[in-house]
Design a protein around this ligand. Structure first.
Ligand code: FE
Length: 518
C-alpha cells in the first residue's frame, strides 16, 4: 500500500511538474515592467509656478514626486525609478548647501538609480564626490575619469537588479559634448570625460549575457531652453540620444536628461525606446514595457508624462520633514531683503529679458572700464517676483557660483561672439545698456552697435561676462582669444546684490537691446 501510494504520488508529482512548467512557461513568456523616470530636477524641492503649465497652480516639488513614486511602488513593488541627472542648481537651497540638501532629500524619493549630470559639478568635482557619497540609492557613471589615476571618478558604471524575474542592467553615462559645453571648466580640472559611445558598447558587452534588459541613464543632448518661447521639436532636442541608439545594439531603453524636453510618446531608434521629461520636477515619466522572454525583447510599450500639480497630490510626510529641515537651515541667510522691484523680473532664452538687462547692467556697473557686459541666457534660472527682493531670489535667479570677468577683445572677436549668440544654439546673450544687436530670421547676426556706433572689427573692447562664458562655455570660444583677462573674484550673485541694493527700488525694463528681425 505504502509502495503504491508512493508510486502514485511520484506519478502525480511528475505530471504536475510537467503541467506547472508548461503553464509557467506560457505565462512566463510575457512580463510587464514599469519604469518611472525624471531628469533635470534642478533642486526644485518645493512646488513653483511654471508658466507653460499653469499661471496659478503650483507644480512639482520632491514631496509630490515621493508620493507618486510610493503609490506606484505600493501598487506594483517591481516598479523601477530612474533619474537622468542635473538635480543640483536651481532654487538657492542647492547653491547655499552646495547640493547637500538635494542629495539628502533625494534619499527619500524612492530612486533605484540615477546618473550624474553636468550641474552636479557646479561647486567643483571634489564637492560632487563628497555630496554624492551621501546618497543611499545607486548613482552611476562610467565615462568620467580622474586624469592622475586613470580611474573612474565615480566607480560605479552600472548595476544589475532583478524585477519581475528579469535581470535588468542599468548603465550610467554623461555625454562628452555636453560635459565640455556646459560645465564651468575650473570645476572639473583634473577630470577627463571619455567617449560615451565607446563606453556604452563596452559595458553592454560586459553585462549582455547576465541580463534580459539593458537601460541607459544618460545626461547629454541639446542645452535646455529656459523660456516658453521657441520650443524646439522633441526629436531635434533629443537627437544625440537618437544618434547614440542608432550606433549600438542590445540597448532596450534610454532615460535621458539635459535637453529639458519631455517625450509625450517614447521615441524609437534602432529598437531602443528613448524617454525624457520636461525639467524642474514638473512631470513624472511612466514607461510600461511588455517584455517577451522567448524573443528576449520589448514587444509593446506605453508611455506617459504625469503632470505634477501640487493641488492634486498629498505631500509625502517623511520628505516634507526633510525639506523643512533644509529650508530652516538656509532660510535665515536667504531671507535677507536687499531691495524692492516694481515689476516681476522674467528670464528669456531667445530674446531680450528684463532680468537679463538687470544682470548685464549690474555686471557692467562692476567696473567703469567695461564697454559691454553680457550674460548667457542659460545662467538665469528663476524669475524674481515684484515686491521685496531677497538674497534667496537673487541666488535662485543666478544659482551658479560664477565670477565676473573682464576680457579685452577686438571688434572681430566681439562679432564672432554675437554670431554664436544669434545662432541660438545656446540661447542669446543678454547685454548691458548702450549695446544693441539684431538677429535675422534665419538666426544670423544683423547689426551690432555700442552707443549708437557700429562695432569696428579692428577696434578694442572691454567685454565682461561670467567666467563660465569667458572660459568658452556655451560655445563662446572666442572669449579665449582675450588679450587681457581680469578676474574680479566677485560672484555673480554679489554683483547683482551690490547693484540692486544701491538702487533701493529697482524698476525692471525692456528697451530693445536685442532686435529680432522678421
Ligand atoms: Fe544638464
Amino acid at each position: 500500500m505504502i509502495y503504491n501510494f508512493d508510486m502514485n504520488a511520484k506519478y502525480f508529482l511528475s505530471l504536475s511538474i510537467i503541467f506547472l512548467s508548461l503553464s509557467s512557461g506560457i505565462r512566463g513568456d510575457i512580463k510587464e515592467l514599469t519604469i518611472l523616470y525624471t531628469n533635470d530636477l534642478h533642486s526644485h524641492l518645493v512646488p513653483h509656478i511654471e508658466g507653460w503649465m499653469s499661471k496659478d497652480r503650483p507644480v512639482g516639488g520632491f514631496a509630490n514626486i515621493a508620493t507618486l513614486v510610493k503609490e506606484e511602488k505600493a501598487k506594483n513593488p517591481e516598479t523601477i525609478y530612474i533619474d537622468a541627472g542635473d538635480y543640483f542648481s536651481g532654487p538657492y537651497v542647492s547653491t547655499l548647501t552646495e547640493g547637500a540638501a538635494v542629495i539628502e532629500t533625494m534619499n527619500f524619493l524612492g530612486l533605484d538609480a540615477a546618473c550624474i549630470g553636468n550641474h552636479e559639478f557646479d561647486h567643483g568635482w571634489q564637492n560632487t564626490f563628497n555630496q554624492l557619497k551621501k546618497a543611499t540609492f545607486p548613482i552611476l557613471n562610467g565615462n568620467i575619469f580622474v586624469e592622475d589615476t586613470g580611474k573612474l571618478f565615480w566607480d560605479n558604471p552600472y548595476i544589475i537588479i532583478e524585477k519581475q524575474g528579469l535581470k535588468i542592467g542599468i548603465i550610467g553615462l554623461h555625454g562628452k559634448f555636453a560635459f565640455h559645453d556646459t560645465i564651468n571648466k575650473e570645476m572639473v580640472v583634473g577630470l577627463d570625460i571619455r567617449d560615451e559611445e565607446f563606453y556604452l558598447k563596452k559595458y553592454i558587452a560586459e553585462i549582455k549575457d547576465q541580463t534580459d534588459l539593458i537601460i541607459l541613464s544618460i545626461h547629454q543632448g541639446m542645452p535646455g531652453r529656459q523660456s516658453t518661447i521657441g520650443l524646439s521639436d522633441v526629436e531635434r532636442a533629443l537627437f544625440k540620444d537618437i544618434d547614440l541608439a542608432s550606433k549600438v545594439s542590445d540597448l532596450d531603453i534610454i532615460v535621458t536628461g539635459h535637453a529639458h524636453k519631455g517625450t509625450e510618446e517614447a521615441l524609437q531608434s534602432n529598437g531602443t525606446l528613448i524617454v525624457s521629461t520636461n525639467a524642474y520636477t514638473t512631470q513624472l515619466g511612466k514607461l510600461v514595457v511588455t517584455y517577451d522572454t522567448s524573443k528576449k525583447k520589448i514587444i509593446n510599450h506605453t508611455n506617459e508624462l504625469i503632470p505634477i500639480f501640487d493641488d492634486e497630490i498629498e505631500d509625502d510626510p517623511a520628505m516634507l520633514r526633510e525639506i523643512e529641515k533644509w529650508n530652516t537651515r538656509v532660510g535665515e541667510i536667504a531671507g535677507e531683503i536687499v531691495a524692492t522691484s516694481s515689476e516681476t523680473m522674467t528670464r528669456a532664452y531667445g530674446q531680450e529679458s528684463n532680468m537679463g538687462n538687470m544682470f548685464a547692467d549690474a555686471l557692467k556697473a562692476m567696473n567703469d572700464t567695461i564697454d559691454i557686459a553680457v550674460i548667457n541666457s542659460g545662467a538665469l534660472r528663476q524669475d524674481i517676483p515684484k515686491g521685496q527682493v531677497s538674497i534667496g531670489h537673487l541666488i535662485s535667479a543666478f544659482p551658479f557660483p560664477n565670477r565676473g570677468i573682464i576680457t579685452t577683445l577686438t571688434g572681430k572677436e566681439v562679432r564672432e561672439i554675437f554670431e554664436h549668440a544669434a545662432g541660438q544654439t545656446n540661447g542669446v546673450l543678454q547685454v548691458s545698456q548702450g549695446f544693441q544687436y539684431s538677429i535675422t530670421k534665419d538666426n544670423k547676426l544683423g547689426f551690432m552697435r555700442l552707443n549708437g556706433k557700429d562695432i569696428q572689427d579692428e577696434g578694442i573692447y572691454r567685454v565682461a561676462a561670467p567666467n563660465f562664458v569667458t572660459m568658452g562655455g556655451d560655445g563662446y570660444l572666442s572669449f579665449l582669444k582675450s588679450s587681457e583677462t581680469i578676474d574680479s573674484g566677485i560672484l555673480m550673485f554679489d554683483v547683482a546684490k551690490n547693484f540692486i541694493q544701491k538702487q533701493q527700488n529697482y524698476e525692471p525694463f525692456y528697451e530693445g537691446r536685442i532686435v529680432l528681425e522678421n
